[in-house]
Design a protein around this ligand. Structure first.
Ligand code: SF4
Ligand code: SF4
Length: 435
């Protein structure tokens, strides 16, 4: 694609990066067929190619974002299915990230929208606040349908619907410190405790710690860690996201200095995609560019790491698992086979739901901010999963777990919970009623 940025515009390194991305796009439109919003809405402006044109026009003309651009960029899930499909290697992720920052800087959203976004950015990345908010949500749930009838308050109603009825206590698995191993030490890793996941499903990191301990891997939960910044990054709140990234880089590199580090383990693929991009996000910060690139190189999804440990093959079980590959896993990190191979090796029969490339509609805060599109995508995803007639659903991202769980009665777990059970851990409570 030809571009016409001026030399003065290209002196801005963000514009220079976006220009390089834009020039790779050859308008072929292959990406439209696999874009969930184009498939759902049928509007070219809700396709990757349409959004690329909108972003190009806005940046080239140095224009503040307008309502049209904001509408179509807000509807993008950042699922990155388009990047898997694109034959020209267009880095849509970095382009849309730039567009979201530009929107945040130049567009004044309506009051209700600003309020919802401010609440999400102030609550979700902080486990203590999030836990309190969920307790309050339990009291507010009877008002969910009322709130959903008032357009500016609809996202608050959706939040109440998504909030779980039971909230687990804070888990020891997320307390800073070194978790000791059983037997001979084979390795040392740090883990991302995260923000929303330890509140919604502490069982995931508990299972990770148990399994790694049995495999001889020492796990460090670093001091001073927290949210990786992915949630606010996708909202265009770049300073908040970069601050979170710097804090995480410092926390993990301190662990490395103190005793070496084989990997930074991530159990939520949405976070993994962002952490693997820290090197790019902080490339213009002289104090952090090199350190962030080091952390990105150390970052591994738990299934990616387990695949390197040669787990023994186990006897065939009677349970069938529908494996839902989160967008951030398959498109963001290009991890497609490791989770399924691990499950098969552990004795489970694994089935692939149809249309596996399409997003479930969770996408960070998307299910709160774009509930109509999100609901349609969830219904489509659940139909495809239920058609597999599997006993259990496995996936690697807390957002997908929360989203899909509200649409089906099939138990949905993190892949590592099933692996921990198969390799000697306790049976997950959710499976007590499953044969
Ligand atoms: S990231 Fe997903 S929703 Fe956004 S344009 Fe690409 S395929 Fe479409
Ligand atoms: S597939 Fe790639 S090159 Fe083709 S229109 Fe989409 S982004 Fe552009």
């Amino acid at each position: 694609m030809q571009t016409s940025f001026t030399p003065a515009q290209l002196a801005d390194p963000h514009i220079a990066t976006s220009e390089q991305i834009l020039r790779k796009c050859v308008h072929c439109g292959f990406c439209t067929a696999t874009c969930p919003t184009y498939v759902t809405l049928g509007n070219e402006l809700d396709s990757p190619r349409g959004r690329i044109y909108l972003i190009k026009d806005m940046l080239e003309n140095d224009r503040p974002a307008d309502e049209e651009v904001v509408t179509h960029i807000d509807r993008c899930l950042s699922c990155l299915s388009c990047m898997t499909t694109c034959p020209s290697g267009v880095n849509y992720m970095h382009l849309v990230d730039h567009a979201r920052v530009h929107i945040e800087k130049t567009y004044k959203r309506p009051l209700g929208d600003r309020l919802v976004r401010a609440v999400l950015a102030a609550v979700l990345p902080y486990p203590g606040r999030f836990r309190l908010a969920l307790k309050a949500a339990a009291l507010g749930r009877p008002f969910a349908s009322l709130l959903k009838r008032i357009p500016p308050l609809k996202p608050f109603g959706t939040m109440l619907d998504l909030a779980p009825s039971k909230i687990a206590l804070a888990s020891a698995a997320d307390t800073p410190g070194t978790h000791r191993i059983d037997g001979v030490k084979r390795g040392r890793v740090a883990i991302l405790s995260g923000c929303a996941q330890p509140v919604l499903r502490p069982e995931i990191n508990e299972a990770t710690l148990r399994l790694l301990a049995r495999l001889g891997i020492e796990v460090v939960v670093p001091e001073g860690a927290g949210c990786c910044g992915a949630l606010v990054h996708h909202m265009g709140r770049e300073e908040q996201a970069l601050d979170a990234a710097r804090r995480m880089v410092d926390a993990w590199l301190k662990v490395k200095e103190e005793g070496g580090l084989d990997a930074v383990i991530i159990t939520a693929s949405g976070c993994g995609t962002t952490i693997k991009d820290y090197g790019h996000m902080l490339r213009l910060d002289p104090a952090y560019a090199e350190k962030a690139a080091q952390v990105s190189a150390l970052a591994k999804d738990i299934t990616e790491y387990l695949a390197s440990l040669d787990l023994p093959a186990l006897e065939r079980k009677t349970l069938t698992v529908a494996y839902h590959s989160a967008c951030s896993m398959q498109h963001g990190q290009k991890i497609t086979t490791a989770p399924k191979l691990l499950l098969r090796n552990a004795g489970f029969t694994v089935r692939d739901p149809g249309e596996g490339h399409l997003c479930c509609g969770s996408a960070g805060t998307y299910n709160i901010l774009q509930p109509e599109i999100s609901e349609k995508l969830k219904a489509r995803k659940v139909r495809n999963i239920e058609a597999t007639k599997a006993d259990i659903i496995a996936t690697g991202n807390i957002g997908c777990i929360t989203q899909i769980a509200t649409g089906t009665v099939i138990p949905i777990l993190h892949t590592v919970e099933l692996l921990d059970w198969a390799y000697g851990g306790p049976k997950p409570a959710m499976l007590e009623k499953v044969r």
